[in-house]
Design a protein. Structure first.
Length: 282
């Protein structure tokens, strides 16, 4: 059951930001889903944000719901959306909550925090790698971030070397292990290291770039790949486990391309608190 409503409220910047910015939030849709298993029942609000620039490089994401309650007296916990709560370049986002009892007629209040991500090179939210094919088997973020690793893996060259000369392949694997481009847990032994690299075989399509990823706090928001004319060349990505990442390309990567890594930094992030009151349930 869905009901369209229109509620306008005003965001306020969190205390750590000096300047206030007026941002309007409209609740444009309320959906209530009831299941036989009450744990699977939920209420989902669609919110529309206005007053800030939102596009591919200025994105929003719901960080947390700090308080939510209905007029039946129950406190409602946030539920993860079906597709996850990733950053969005659209000015709409979803707020998914546990469903209240059937006695409830409205949500009395919903308080939460939204992240606003605006990355640039200057604020540390964008790391640009020019001529990336010169950076194979290197951590692309080593100069900027110590808690995140993104290593561009030359899978094709390693595969060819393994077929051609097993001793040279073994030597190369030893060198890569000693260089520390992978985390300690992934390279405790040479055999484990070899298995990791060989595990890329058949993973990703023919034109894909392969990466080793170590991002425990999930700070990397996106990885964009552009050709020499500035045209975006990546169209999809696949991730296997926590560490293997493959980014599909429209054609084989060229030496004069560039990679832009969008990553959460203190300078690129702002947080906005919000408060919604008296949302009528369907």
């Amino acid at each position: 059951m869905t009901k369209k409503i229109l509620v306008c409220i005003v965001f306020g910047l969190c205390a750590k930001f000096a300047a206030a910015q007026e941002i309007n939030l409209f609740i444009k849709d309320v959906k209530e889903e009831r299941r036989l298993d009450t744990d699977d029942s939920y209420v989902e609000l669609t919110a529309l944000v206005q007053g800030i620039k939102i596009d591919d490089l200025n994105q929003i994401k719901i960080k947390s719901i700090t308080n939510a309650s209905a007029d039946d007296g129950n406190t409602l916990q946030k539920k993860e959306s079906f597709f996850g709560d990733d950053y969005s370049s659209d000015n709409e986002f979803k707020i998914k909550l546990e469903a209240p009892t059937r006695k409830a007629t409205k949500l009395v209040n919903i308080d939460g925090v939204i992240k606003y991500f605006s990355p640039t090179e200057a604020n540390g939210g964008k790391v640009i790698i020019n001529n990336p094919l010169e950076s194979y088997n290197k951590n692309l973020l080593s100069k900027k971030y110590k808690d995140v690793k993104l290593t561009l893996v030359d899978k094709e060259a390693l595969d060819k070397l393994k077929e051609k000369d097993e001793k040279e392949y073994q030597k190369k694997v030893d060198e890569l292990k000693e260089s520390g481009v992978l985390g300690e847990g992934m390279a405790e032994t040479v055999d484990a290291f070899k298995q990791f690299f060989e595990g890329f075989g058949g993973f990703g399509d023919e034109n894909a770039l392969s990466f080793y990823l170590e991002d425990p706090k999930e700070k990397i928001v996106d990885i964009l790949i552009f050709n020499a004319e500035g045209k975006k060349m990546n169209y999809g990505r696949s991730q296997y486990g926590e560490h293997k990442l493959s980014i599909s390309l429209k054609e084989a990567a060229q030496p004069n391309w560039k990679i832009e890594i969008l990553i959460e930094s203190d300078g690129a992030l702002k947080e906005h608190t919000f408060k919604v009151a008296n949302v009528i349930l369907p």
